[in-house]
Structures are given as structure tokens and as C-alpha cells.
Design a protein around this ligand. Structure first.
Ligand code: FES
Length: 198
């Protein structure tokens, strides 16, 4: 047999082997690809925006959703709550939202687009526990000065009903306001800025 014949056989083998390995690669790569096509998993993986319908929320109620694996709260604040917000400013660490814990459109006294609806990431800025929603005024366990807010039982951090942190607690900053906007009068899309591509 000539050397040419051997080379030809080798070349054929290499061609077939490469095709098989390449084919296996396509199959292997196809498994995660197929999985990624399942809508719920894909949405989770990409951190897709989450829509929150606030049309049935009573004043004073809270709605909890998940965005990018994190708790997000939407709170329907009452007029009384909004009126009380300025009264605690002297006890807050960052009452004017100087630290970048919110988009520019929430850097206002109520830390929200519309005063009545507050949107927050529900993770304490100390070590990430999820604070409790405590809207009542002066409950026995939180003391006579409590004007309603969020209380983190892990190490005692306190936040007002705009998510602003009190002085003298372990949490260093206000609770985070995630990017969000209104897609209609009653639906908030969390995780996306106004005008962003869907
Ligand atoms: S994690 Fe909230 S006070 Fe420490």
C-alpha cells in the first residue's frame, strides 16, 4: 500500500472523528440551550422585569414579589403615612437620599415616582436579612417613638416608611429602590427603566 493510501485513510478517519466529536458538542450544547427556552427559567436567569398590579391594593397594604431572586416590596402608603414622613427626618442618617440607593426619579422626600406607592428591595443594607413591615405607630415592642417603618430583627436596624435608615443602627444606608416605572395607571414594572427595550 502506498503512503498516499494510508494518508487518505487517516484523513477520512480524522474527518469522521471530527464530525462525531463536533456532533456530540452540538448535542451537549443543545441541552442547556433547550432548557433555557423554558420561559420561567429563562426569565429567572436573565432577571427579567416583573410586573406588579397595584389596582387592588388597599392603602396600607404591602405586596411582595421576587426580582432577580431578591424580595421586592410594593407598599401602598396612606395619606397619613405620607404626612408623617417629614417628622422623622431629624433622626435619619440620609433623609435626603444623598447616597445612591435609588434611581434619580426616586431621590425625593418620599423616594418614589408616585407618593402613594413605594417600591423597595426588601433586603437590609446591613447583612441582607429581610426586615418586617411594621406600619403601626408606637407598638409596644418598638417603642413610643416608632412612626411606622421596616424593622430588621437580625441586628435591630430601623427604616422609616420611605426605606430611610435611622441613625444609630447597624445598617449603613437606606433600603434600595430598584429601577421601575409605570406601564399603566395600575401596573408597575420592576427591574426596568422607562423607555427600556422589553
Ligand atoms: S441584617 Fe439587618 S440589622 Fe443586620
Amino acid at each position: 500500500m502506498s503512503n498516499d493510501g494510508v494518508d487518505l485513510k487517516k484523513r477520512r478517519f480524522l474527518t469522521i472523528a471530527t464530525s462525531v466529536v463536533g456532533g456530540l458538542g452540538v448535542v451537549a450544547a443543545g441541552v442547556p440551550f433547550a432548557a433555557s427556552l423554558r420561559p420561567s427559567e429563562r426569565a429567572r436567569a436573565l432577571g427579567a422585569p416583573v410586573e406588579v398590579d397595584v389596582s387592588r391594593m388597599e392603602p396600607g397594604s404591602i405586596q411582595r414579589v421576587q426580582w432577580r431572586g431578591r424580595p421586592v416590596w410594593v407598599v401602598h402608603r396612606t395619606d397619613a403615612v405620607l404626612e408623617r414622613l417629614p417628622s422623622v427626618e431629624g433622626k435619619l442618617r440620609d433623609p435626603a437620599s444623598q447616597v445612591l440607593q435609588q434611581p434619580a426619579y426616586a431621590a425625593n422626600p418620599h423616594r418614589s415616582i408616585r407618593p402613594e406607592f413605594l417600591v423597595l428591595v426588601g433586603s437590609c443594607t446591613h447583612l441582607g436579612c429581610s426586615p418586617s413591615y411594621r406600619p403601626e405607630v408606637a407598638p409596644a415592642d418598638l417603642g413610643p417613638e416608632w412612626q411606622g417603618g421596616f424593622f430588621c430583627a437580625c441586628h435591630g436596624s430601623r427604616f422609616d416608611l420611605a426605606g430611610r435608615v435611622y441613625q444609630g443602627v447597624p445598617a449603613p444606608t437606606n433600603l434600595l429602590v430598584p429601577p421601575h416605572h409605570y406601564v399603566s395607571d395600575t401596573v408597575i414594572r420592576v427591574g426596568e427603566e422607562q423607555g427600556a427595550a422589553a
